[in-house]
Design a protein around this ligand. Structure first.
Ligand code: SF4
Ligand code: SF4
Length: 400
């Protein structure tokens, strides 16, 4: 395999966030400090080397940036204050843009004008839809379902969910292609054991291509499911339990709300006032409470900058929690106005709620920060498949 060096890579990566090109000594203290590295994964130093040496295709084929859970220990240990933890964050943004075939992600990460413009365009489109399709405004009492017929809202939700899934999964397929397929340059040298992990279906062992059995892919499916639901890798960094709990609560509220709105809207959006113990109410209250707690906690952390992970904030790091918080607050207002029997306030606030929530989902989920909810467990899965194939080969050799 001929590996080409591209001297423009480092400058390109820097457009996605902080990355100190000149200061790294290659001392390796960051990798030694990291609790998540293993025999075959040697980040952040190796990933930094890829960028410094202009190894574009190796960077694109690397899973390592997704295996970092940004505890910040490496940044504290770095004698040159190059902030390797934040560099890994920058690499994740860069990779998100590489996986995205539409090219939108790259534009959104590199330009505030593009990001705000995209949100405004989608917001204007949703405003137009509401204006064209809203029902009559009944003003002597609240009838939200007459103003916004749930069948129409549900249909729009399903179309939106289909679009999001299409973009997200097609981008995830590109991630698989770059990191696992034999035509990619995903090779990660594991010199100690004579392995080169180089793609879906194969590992190269002492110069010979060895097929990865399907059983490795099936056996490790559990890894994908467990990490997708629990995000337990957060806890593998020392002293990270609190962060894992906060992250899990926020993600659970977000996914629960998405499910209630997309799949169960006809049950969730109703003009009936249910008793407090009804699941429609307490599930809604749970999601609302954890979303408010999670977003406010993130924003306060970013303002204070007291934790390593909040020391540097990209524009996109601010935008998503702000939009999510505004979505939740407008949803609460709709709830209050409806219970207070204020028809016009309910309808207008509901329209504003949709105009905030729609662009946030369309722009941020497949193209922005929240795509990592899919990329992280996928990376852990692909990595586990490769590791399992290596172990199988070693065992076979011992038996022979
Ligand atoms: S931020 Fe933490 S998990 Fe990420 S590379 Fe540094 S030490 Fe490892
Ligand atoms: S600790 Fe700092 S200087 Fe040393 S290899 Fe890591 S990033 Fe470079």
């Amino acid at each position: 395999m001929i590996i080409q060096s591209d001297p423009t890579l480092a400058a390109e990566v820097r457009r996605y966030g902080k990355f100190d090109i000149n200061a790294c000594l290659q001392c390796g203290s960051c990798t030694v400090t990291c609790d998540l590295t293993s025999d075959s994964t040697s980040f952040p130093r190796r990933t930094i080397q890829y960028v410094l040496m202009g190894l574009r295709r190796l960077l694109r084929g690397s899973l390592e940036p997704w295996l970092c859970y940004y505890c910040g220990d490496c940044s504290t240990a770095c004698p040159r204050q190059t902030e390797p933890g934040e560099s890994m964050m920058t690499f994740r943004r860069y990779l998100t843009a590489q996986y995205d075939w539409t090219g939108l992600s790259s534009k959104l990460y590199q330009s505030k004008v593009w990001e705000i413009g995209a949100l405004l365009v989608v917001g204007a489109f949703i405003t137009l839809l509401i204006w064209l399709f809203h029902g009559p405004l009944i003003t002597d009492h609240v009838e939200l379902n007459t103003f916004a017929p749930p069948e129409i809202v549900h249909l729009c939700d399903l179309i939106l969910a289909g679009m999001l899934a299409f973009f997200l999964f097609s981008n995830a397929f590109r991630m698989y292609w770059f990191t696992m397929h034999p035509d990619s340059d995903a090779g990660v040298l594991d010199v100690m054991r004579g392995f080169k992990q180089d793609g879906f279906g194969y590992i190269t062992y002492q110069g010979e291509k060895v097929r990865i059995p399907l059983s490795s892919f099936l056996a490790e499916a559990r890894t994908l499911i467990v990490h997708a639901f629990t995000q337990k890798q957060f806890m593998s960094c020392k002293d990270n339990m609190g962060r894992w709990i906060k992250h899990w609560l926020l993600a659970s509220g977000y996914v629960l709300m998405l499910f209630m709105v997309v799949v169960f809207l006809l049950w969730f959006q109703t003009d009936n006032i249910y008793p407090l113990y009804h699941p429609q109410r307490w599930l809604g209250y749970y999601a609302t409470a954890v979303l408010i707690f999670g977003t406010v906690e993130i924003l306060i952390g970013r303002i204070r900058k007291s934790e390593q992970i909040h020391k540097f904030s990209d524009f996109s790091d601010w935008l998503f929690p702000i939009l999510l918080l505004l979505t939740v607050l407008s949803g609460i207002l709709v709830h209050i106005f409806r219970y207070e029997g204020l028809p016009l306030a309910t309808y207008y606030t509901y329209a504003i709620h949709l105009i905030i929530a729609g662009p946030m989902l369309v722009v941020e989920v497949p193209f922005g920060k929240w795509a990592h909810l899919l990329y992280r467990p996928l990376a852990l899965y692909f990595n586990a498949v490769k590791e399992s194939a290596i172990q199988n080969q070693l065992t076979k050799d011992e038996v022979q």
